[in-house]
Every structure is written in C-alpha cells, then in structure tokens.
Design a protein around this ligand. Sequence first.
Ligand SMILES: [Zn+2]
Length: 271
Amino acid sequence: MQFQGQIRKMITENGQPIQYYLNLSHDLININQLIHKKIKIRHSGYECMNCSSDEKIFRMGFCKKCFFESPYASDTIIRPELSTAHLGIAERDLAVEQEIQLQPHIVYLAYTGDVKVGVTRESQVPTRWIDQGATFALAIAKTDNRYEAGMIEVALKAHLPDKTNWRKMLQDDFEDDLDLLDFRNKVAEYFPDDFRKFSMDNGNVVKLDYPYQAPEKITSFTLDKNPEFEGILTGIKGQYLQFEGGHFINVRAHEGYVATLEIMKNNPSIS
Ligand SMILES: [Zn+2]
C-alpha cells in the first residue's frame, strides 16, 4: 500500500493511547495501526504550506519568501509577547493577526523531560501539549489575548525553561505522578502584578498517554540527509515517529516536504 503527498503535522486524538494520523495532503492515515509494521518513507519534492511553490522549504513548512512575508510565520508566532493586534497595530497583516491573537490563550506548565512553561490558544489544548510530547500538563493562566499570555510567559521563563529538549522528551519514561500543582504554587509569585488576575487555580493536571516506550539510544534523521528511509515503526511521541534501533524522525519538521509512504509486506526474515 502506498500514499503520496505533502507532509503536514500529524493530527492527534487524545485517548489511551493517543491516536495519531499522518496527514499527507489531507489524506489521514492512522499510524497507531502501523506500529510493528515495516514502512518506507521517500522524499520526492517540496510544496510550500502557504503558496504551494515547489521551492525548497526554508522553515516551518514555508518557502523562504513565505517565511519572511506570511502572517502565519511572523515573530509573534514564536514570541507571543511581541503581539500588537490588541493595539490595532499590524505586524504583517492585521486581519490575520487579530484572528490569531485576539482570542483566549492559555499559559501552561508541561513536563517534557523538564517542567517548562508555554503559551497556546485555548482552542489548541490539548493538541499543543501532545505535539510537544508532554506527559503531564497543567493550565495555570487564561488570558483574553496572546499578548497577555506572552507577558506572563516571559516573566516565568526567567525561572523555567520554555523550550522542549527533544532528546530528553524522547528519553523520558516518566511513570509516576509528577506534582505540577506544586510547581504552579511555586511559580505563582513570579506572575507580573498586572497579570495576576489571569491566574487559574482550578486547573487539573492532564496526563497524556503515548503509544511509546523509550529506547536505549536515540538518533534522529531528516529526509534531507536520508531521503529514503525504511524501518519497523515501534512507537509515536510528540511529533516523532520511532523506528526499531532508536531511529526517530520529527514529522512536524518536515511540513511542506512531499513524500511517499509505503507500507511494506511483512518480510518473513524479520521476526
Ligand atoms: Zn511559499
């Protein structure tokens, strides 16, 4: 069986375990069903997520031109505290920025091998947590817009990491309960005074269950270095596919790549 198309980040459905769907040009393939099967991924080109050009992908699924011009790749996507739509000031395209920024946002703590702080639109909970490979997450503030959430994050990241260390995330097999509520109480004092009113003390710790077991060693590959990869799928965590031998590919980092996915017949020489 073979599928071909533009890679988009995997679609997820929270459950026990989380269900993952590979998104190839909007054809969804349930990947949990492919665990223990041999699959082959072959890179065949590019298709920008914004303009569909076949230029090489520069970053975040965009060609170079779109990365520097599209409002969907602007600085405030990565740095919410720079948001200005609430002041009516455009960065690249005010209408798009108002739509993205002027909606409820959540500041959260997530355990991804370390406890980190992050910001997301409320509508992206728990998707954002799953994409990062968090095993536990807790909403700690709810704001009216992206700027306010960004300001809280900036204050907290002086005390906590705000980036996911992918290797730690993949190495982690945290089984016991981690007390994120205790962390929340510790960081509460770091909220800027003007933003204290947004803090939430009624959030519940969410535990996320991945079809995954950490291997002994972890190596990652990209389709740039390895345009054709064949292996037995053994698990999924965050946006990573895990293959036998501890080989990983970050699907999200390949958004905009065009690829073929082939599900191989079971080879009797492989047990
Ligand atoms: Zn483009």
